[in-house]
Design a protein around this ligand. Sequence first.
Ligand code: ZN
Length: 317
Amino acid sequence: MNSRVLLVGCGALGASHAEMLARAGVGTLRIVDRDFVEFTNLQRQTLYKEQDAVDRLPKAVAAKSRIAEINSEITVEEHVADGNNSNIESLIGGCDLVIDGTDNFQVRYLVNDACVKHSVPWIYGAAVSSYGTTMTIIPGETPCLRCVFEEMPDAGSAPTCDTAGVIMPIISSIAAVQVAEAIKFLTGNRDALHRSLMQIDIWQNDWRKIKLAGPNSDCIACGKREFEFLDADSQEFAAVLCGRDAVQIAPPKPTVIDLPGLAKKLSPIGDVRLNEYLLRFSHNGTELTVFTDGRAIIKGTDDISAARSLYAKYVGS
Ligand SMILES: [Zn+2]
């Protein structure tokens, strides 16, 4: 009850983490997620229901309201935002532990930098198709993500939820191992941590553990304490979203968008729907969802430059 855990991402893995940690009674869950609920999420994202997709609720908001029905004694701090190098350290601030529920390596390397820098343990997890991987990182005690995977995989080199899909049972399996590790850590049972790179293929019934030694003193992050992802001058402002046929465009600097004002501007051109958190605009087969923090998710394309020009055209540059 006295613990505070940051959940980075509240999609498939994150929704499972949130539900299990809420039921276990972790006192404060800080949830950061940049996306909203869609019908195609419901095959694997256990916290959400059809009405959330109809209402286009941001996942962090829908998660908070569902968790309040599961355990009213805990607190959920919801952040409808993109975890990036301008906010990740403040999001981690005050947390005992971070759990990875993101769908991309860019954010994982950033979380690794921030957690190593501030000595906050984090639990890496990833799943695609029927297989997944997890590892628990205790800075200074275990290898960090960059000790094991020195460089980020090249874009396009690995299968994604987009190209391979994902089935719910591998999400549940990886999330179960991550949350068990979280409970061990939060209750002071470090001896029980699995201390390995764990890989599971639920279709092939293959479970394996690669034992890990201590941190690598040559590691750029935890050995040399150079935080390339955290200290990068510029961040990537556009990202293709896993499994979505969509691109996210973020504004180059922090901003607040007047959504009713934008709705007024766009309504003569196409169909505009507005709720408290976001605006959805459809026109000529294009669908833009704009959040109050200036981010937009552009659906129907995985072409970043096409998405950028749509953003400039309808939201502003
Ligand atoms: Zn390291």
